[in-house]
Design a protein around this ligand. Structure first.
Ligand SMILES: *Cc1c(COP(=O)(O)O)cnc(C)c1O
Length: 380
């Protein structure tokens, strides 16, 4: 077995229990047996989203749920406000454009979080905005947006509140009903710690009302079809789902339920705080504004004079730790430590040992054990 430690913002390490769950007979997806596991998985999803609304698993990666969120709730030609502070914010805007939606960008400096007041001002000036898209955890920069505060602002407007929690659900605090989120999406391979290939979406009553009025040009991701099929006896999906991944999602969500959502979120926050301290102990600099830094991924500036290949190549090849690089203009300028899913002091100790040894090996003047020492202090 490949024993590289994945410290990525997805895919994350999948527990043996979840892998074993996939090792079951592939049943008829229109059978009662599948109907039962689908219903349970969707219900566990709603619990994890903390919503009374129905949730739907989709066979597809996180981006499929982002596309479903926009394409089902907004007509071509209608206006959407996209909060863009990184790669994934940008993706939501591009999805809108692909569907002929009139996108308006609210640009946020990469590494910082949006101010909810700016959203209110923009909505005041543009009464025709039908929805806003927010990335809760901007994985490309390691920034968490204040989705609870934005939710308070959104209560004063009719525009739908669409939130991407792909890299935060199960790792940071997400309460769909309390925050007033209308459409929330997530993916399997991040904090939920299931294999890649599944996504999930939940929609409020207000969102469904808007869905009814959309002449959707979306076929595979037509949410009306998902709703119609889940209401059948037995419950099912419109097209053949990944039966094996449904088993995996079911098991991964059961693990989350057993750990307790609150405990799990606290564990992620602890890992984030410990990582930030260890980064500093190694004399490295954070990329994101520390006040808004993510609970699930820490972005770090690449030390001067070291290339991405040298740094991440060494942590991977020599020390067996896989870190993520930067995207777009941040390529080569930052590296990212994903601490999502099944992460605790063990994984962080190994990771920071690898980072320390790599830096020392690349002739950086550093105490190579300073990061590990900091992790042990954090978890003592
Ligand atoms: C990973 C991720 C996605 C989805 O990416 P897929 O590769 O389609 O699973 C979307 N949004 C955010 C914030 C992500 O981190």
């Amino acid at each position: 077995m490949n024993d590289i430690l994945l410290m990525l913002p997805g895919p994350t390490t999948v527990a043996p229990r979840v892998l074993q769950a996939m090792n079951q007979a592939v049943v008829n997806h229109r059978s009662a047996i599948y109907g039962e596991i689908l219903t349970e998985t969707n219900e566990l999803m709603s619990k994890t989203f903390q919503t009374q609304n129905d949730s739907y698993i989709l066979t597809g990666s996180g981006t499929s749920a982002m596309e479903a969120a926009l394409a089902n709730t907004v007509n071509a030609g209608e206006k959407v406000l996209n909060i863009v502070g990184g790669k994934f914010g940008e993706r939501f805007m591009k999805i809108g454009q692909a569907h002929g939606i009139d996108t308006q960008e609210l640009a946020v400096k990469w590494g910082t979080a949006v101010d909810p007041k700016t959203i209110a001002e923009t909505l005041d000036e543009n009464e025709d905005i039908k929805a806003i898209t927010v990335i809760h955890n901007e994985t490309s920069t390691g920034v968490a947006a204040p989705i609870e505060e934005i939710g308070k602002v959104m209560k004063n407007y009719d525009a739908l509140y669409i939130v991407d929690t792909v890299s935060s659900l199960g790792g940071d605090y997400v309460d769909v009903d309390k925050f007033g989120i209308d459409v929330c999406v997530t993916g399997s391979q991040k904090c939920l710690a299931a294999p890649p290939g599944m996504a999930a979406i939940t929609l409020s009553d207000d969102a469904w009302k808007q869905v009814e009025g959309v002449t959707s040009n979306c076929y595979y991701l037509d949410m009306k079809a998902y709703k119609k099929y889940v209401d059948k006896v037995p419950p099912q999906t419109p097209y053949t789902p990944s039966v094996s991944l449904t088993y995996a999602m079911h098991e991964a969500l059961k693990i989350i339920e057993e750990e307790g959502l609150e405990t799990r979120v606290a564990r992620h926050h602890k890992a984030a705080e410990a990582s930030v301290k260890a980064v500093k102990a190694l004399g490295l600099e954070l990329f994101a504004d520390e006040k808004v830094s993510s609970a699930t991924v820490t972005a770090v500036k690449m030390p001067e004079g070291i290339t991405d290949d040298q740094f991440r190549g060494t942590t991977r090849e020599k020390y067996g730790v896989e870190l993520a690089g930067g995207q777009d203009h941040l390529k080569g300028n930052i590296f990212r430590i994903g601490h999502m899913g099944n992460i605790g002091y063990k994984q962080l100790a190994i990771t920071f040992a690898a980072i320390g040894m790599t830096l020392k090996g690349l002739c950086v003047d550093v105490d190579p054990g300073a990061g590990v020492a900091s992790i042990t202090e954090s978890y003592l």
